[in-house]
Design a protein around this ligand. Sequence first.
Ligand SMILES: NC(=O)c1ccc[n+]([C@@H]2O[C@H](COP(=O)([O-])OP(=O)(O)OC[C@H]3O[C@@H](n4cnc5c(N)ncnc54)[C@H](OP(=O)(O)O)[C@@H]3O)[C@@H](O)[C@H]2O)c1
Length: 277
Amino acid sequence: MSSSRRVAVVTGANKGIGYAIVRGLCKQFDGDVILTARNEGNGQEAIKKLNGEGLKPMFHQLDLDDVGSIDRIKDFLQKTYTGIDILVNNAGIAFKMAATEPFSQQAEITVATNFWGTLNVCKGLFPLLKPHARVVNVSSMASQYAAKKCSDEMKSRFIAPDLDQAKVEQLMTEFVNSAKDGSYEKKGWCQSAYGCSKIGVTLLSFAQQKEFDKDSRADIIVNACCPGYVDTDMSSHKGTKTIDQGADTPLYLALLPPNTTSPKGNFVSDRKIQTWP
Ligand SMILES: NC(=O)c1ccc[n+]([C@@H]2O[C@H](COP(=O)([O-])OP(=O)(O)OC[C@H]3O[C@@H](n4cnc5c(N)ncnc54)[C@H](OP(=O)(O)O)[C@@H]3O)[C@@H](O)[C@H]2O)c1
């Protein structure tokens, strides 16, 4: 029988910012917290570490790049709970500056996980969101920097009033195709696989809020955010914020009280709404 207990799900939470988001939710959220990771062993290790602090998150495997894995967590959540209260799409990848893979490959792989993987998790789990649910898509200021470097024509597509999810998907498809045939700069994109993938995450969040505004479930809010420059494997530990400081804005957005009017469908950094792009 499904439990009416509240539940929060965090992706990519075996380490880094996602781990700290789980830690924060365990302390601040009245409900079950599900730490997900693509690698079961790494996820269980993280659970053990948090248990050592007296915290009791649960584990479920979730790989953004594997639709079977998304189906399995969906099935588990559907059987176990009456719906999802918080979804934090935190998992992401970035090639290192010194990476030798060609740009086309970096673009395809980065967009596959950061954009398409995140989108597939949303497609799978959004039907389970309860009224008043909060969704946080961890993007990056890199999305803003990259967007500013794109052509004026491209920028106008990023701020088009009729931007919807299909148009965001089209943009990401065009970016990867143009990275593959070498025409990306001519088409108005900039040379940042990570930045452009996060343009997709930020724009997706804007488009998703428009859909939630029309949804019969009341008061579902989605925001994109930047955690700041954080000391994690992704930043090669050069980031200036601790993981708990990086988790602050995602946690603030995940815990927005019922019937919040702002931030809602925004891009947020340091708890403040950012102009776009
Ligand atoms: N660190 C920063 O300064 C910074 C700045 C701006 C935005 N961000 C964003 O913040 C988020 C967290 O980054 P982080 O710095 O904490 O990075 P991190 O330490 O490298 O952690 C990334 C997490 O995402 C997971 N992941 C990657 N691909 C996945 C997939 N296909 N399915 C499921 N999980 C996957 C990783 O799992 P594995 O351990 O298995 O690889 C890991 O748990 C990312 O979205 C990142 O883009 C970070």
